[in-house]
Design a protein around this ligand. Structure first.
Ligand code: CP
Length: 310
């Protein structure tokens, strides 16, 4: 068993291939067997400074399924943050109430700051446009389950690659598994250059394009993302790109795609994908969202070092 006790989960940069595979196998174990008393007596604090449905509720479900308790806020406006309390003071207090902290924050680096401030494990549930590592674990879990492997896949990323933190985390992760990547976006929403430099240094083969049609036939998986309206400083700039892509069953039928293509999306979706795709064999995004529960059970069990599984 790999020792991840006390580990913070802040960025995929911090995880080795072996640690990733270990957490994915533990996720499978969590999905196949219930562990109703595993986290009995433990308390998880959920601090959400940005909206969430999937991440917050699946962490809550995971903790409760393992016998633990949850304390949370989803509206910082109802906390002493509005009186001017700093993030560091807030989390120093919460660390005295909980065995681990999950935080989503609008500022890049906020989760790292919290991890540097408290002694309990800190899990990043999304920091600005930077990283969303637990989403990436469930993305990898879904890819592994639906494609039968993580090794050597050709993966397309389409949409908002500039601000999409789930894309940023997943590219780091897939670099461990010899993936080839196609980045499909309007030029204003290209992948950040420092991330592309990092992929180049790691020997990852990738290509940037504005056209899905140009590359669709090569893809084993297509990872779609919403244009992140809330990250734009200027609404006029958002208006220029908001309709850049619209995936539908009819649009897909016009493209050359592999029969076993899988389409993932971290959700929520808005303009970029419509419901007509949902009943196609390509769509795995609801399965992806539901795997958030066993995957987050595994992460919590690992960082809280609960040994009596099996
Ligand atoms: N995928 C994801 O992070 O969804 P939520 O914003 O609903 O948590």
């Amino acid at each position: 068993m790999m020792d991840l006790k006390g580990r913070d989960v802040i960025s995929f940069r911090d995880f080795t291939r072996e640690e990733i595979l270990y957490l994915l196998s533990l996720s499978k174990e969590m999905e196949e067997k219930t562990h109703p008393d595993l986290l009995k007596g433990r308390v998880l604090a959920l601090l959400f400074f940005e909206p969430s449905t999937r991440t917050r509720m699946s962490f809550e479900s995971a903790m409760k399924l393992m016998g633990g308790e949850v304390i949370s806020f989803a509206d910082p406006g109802a906390t002493s943050v509005v009186k001017g309390e700093s993030l560091r003071d807030t989390v120093k207090i919460v660390a005295g109430y909980a065995s681990a902290i999950v935080i989503r924050h609008f500022l890049e680096g906020a989760a790292r700051l919290v991890a540097d401030t408290v002694d309990v494990p800190v899990i990043n549930a999304g920091d600005g446009s930077n990283q969303h590592p637990t989403q990436t674990f469930l993305d990898l879990y879904t890819i592994q389950k639906t494609k039968g492997t993580l090794e050597g896949l050709t993966v397309g990323f389409i949409g908002d690659l500039k601000y999409g933190r789930t894309v940023h985390s997943l590219t780091y992760a897939l670099a461990h598994f010899n993936a080839s990547m196609y980045f499909i976006s309007p030029s204003a929403l290209r992948m950040p250059s420092d991330l592309l430099d990092g992929l180049t240094k790691r020997g990852v083969k990738f290509k940037e394009t504005t056209s899905l049609e140009e590359v669709s036939g090569k893809l084993d998986a297509l990872y779609c993302t919403r244009i992140q309206k809330e990250r734009f400083a200027d609404p006029i700039e958002y208006g220029k790109v908001k309709d850049a892509y619209h995936l539908s069953k009819a649009a897909l039928n016009q493209l050359d795609v592999k029969d076993d293509l899988k389409i993932l999306h971290p959700l929520p979706r808005v303009e970029e994908m419509d419901e007509s795709l949902d009943d196609t064999p390509y769509a795995v995004y609801f399965q992806q969202a539901h795997s958030g529960v066993p995957v987050r059970e595994a992460i919590l069990a690992a960082v809280l070092d609960v040994k009596e599984r099996g």
